[in-house]
Design a protein around this ligand. Structure first.
Ligand SMILES: *Cc1c(COP(=O)(O)O)cnc(C)c1O
Length: 353
């Protein structure tokens, strides 16, 4: 691996007590090019500008996918990544569907570990803070023709982050637009999935909501996800989450929370959940809690669901199940409880720069 260190760290110019999400990139990044059918030597270098012309394939045709994951500063000072192999596997799944090359594990994991060692100073140690990690892969040939690219580039950039959402959110059940269709790419973290979601989300925001709940593409009858989070509802004491299909992103947070819920002995069902079921549960006071699950916010409590112009309030409990789950997860991440699942991958302490 080639390593070029920055001459001028930006670390001391960043206010770690006020970190807007995704704004302040750490000093270094990993870059690895794929050319003539093979991966070249990965490189760690100062975070900086793209080196491509305006013919960059990914910009025109959206052959591009990303990941989102986090590293934590444990209470004992060690740096630990949460389930990075799951994100590695998912990026390769996205790559397959988008006709991009598979990334070898030594480039992804080896590059990631080295990058975190070099930028160890950028992993915050305040409560609810972490280092957000953004691996991404994009088509990097420079030609204009709607066919797959020849060259690709894999990168990892990182940024220190604080708490994602302040407070609970108001969501609108989407009845007109769709995020993903059957046979499509909803299950991948393809860049275009997000570009297409901004317009419907902006409409919902105009109507006074924070976010939409996506529904199925055929009838808008069943809920799927909320924004870029998977959904969990607590109805009549049972946790409910939609099952994975090719329209739903298989969240690592979702998978982890399902495991935790099962291991607490709480009832949980992965099954189709109709809008009608939610609305009647809400009317009858049986909808006890609702929350989104994802890397950025971890657990995001929902206080209102809007449907057909009618708003339904949902309890937002400080001592409810959503917050208990968040604490269980965070305790594992920060080394406050035993990681019996083997989810955390620590950076070897001796190697931290
Ligand atoms: C990233 C993402 C999620 C959450 O996945 P995590 O692995 O838990 O971060 C859920 N839905 C969509 C659409 C996403 O892009």
């Amino acid at each position: 691996m080639k390593i070029e260190l920055t001459q001028q760290s930006r670390r001391s110019s960043i206010d770690f007590s006020n970190l807007p999400f995704g704004k302040h990139m750490s000093d270094h990044m990993l870059v690895c090019h794929f050319k003539d059918g093979q991966w070249l030597e990965p490189e760690i270098r100062p975070y900086g500008q793209l080196e491509f012309s305006y013919g960059l394939h990914a910009l025109h045709y959206g052959q591009s996918a990303f990941e989102g994951m986090k590293a934590y500063r444990k209470d004992d000072g060690a740096i630990s990544m949460f389930r990075p192999l799951d994100n590695f596997a998912r990026l390769n799944k996205s790559a397959e569907r988008l006709m991009m090359p598979q990334i070898p594990e030594e480039i992804f994991m080896g590059g990631l570990k080295k990058l975190l060692e070099i930028d160890a100073d950028w992993v915050p140690n305040a409560e609810d803070h972490s280092l957000y990690i953004r691996p991404f892969l994009f088509a990097s040939s420079e030609f204009i023709a709607a066919r797959q690219s020849d060259d690709y580039t894999f990168c990892i950039i990182t940024c220190p982050v604080g708490p994602y959402y302040s407070g609970s959110v108001k969501v609108k059940i989407e009845q007109e637009y769709t995020r993903a269709t059957g046979g499509g790419i909803g299950y991948t973290k393809a860049a275009g999935n997000y570009g297409g979601s901004f317009y419907p989300t902006a409409q919902a925001i105009k109507e006074g909501y924070n976010q939409v709940i996506w529904t199925d593409h055929k009838e808008h009858k069943y809920i799927e996800e909320s924004g870029t989070m998977n959904l969990m509802l607590l109805i009549d004491g049972t946790f409910l989450t939609p099952p994975l299909t090719d329209r739903i992103l298989a969240g690592v947070t979702r998978r982890s929370i399902i495991q935790l819920v099962k291991d607490q002995g709480w009832p949980i069902e992965e099954r189709a959940i109709s809008v009608e079921e939610i609305v009647s549960a809400a009317r009858e006071g049986r909808l006890q809690e609702a929350f989104g699950m994802g890397t950025a916010a971890v657990v995001s409590q929902i206080d209102t669901i809007g449907y057909n112009g009618e708003n339904f309030s949902i309890p937002v409990l400080a001592d409810g199940k959503a917050m208990e789950i968040k604490r269980l997860l965070n305790d594992i991440r920060l080394g406050r409880s035993e990681d019996s699942y083997g989810w955390m991958i620590d950076l070897p302490v001796g190697e931290i720069a």
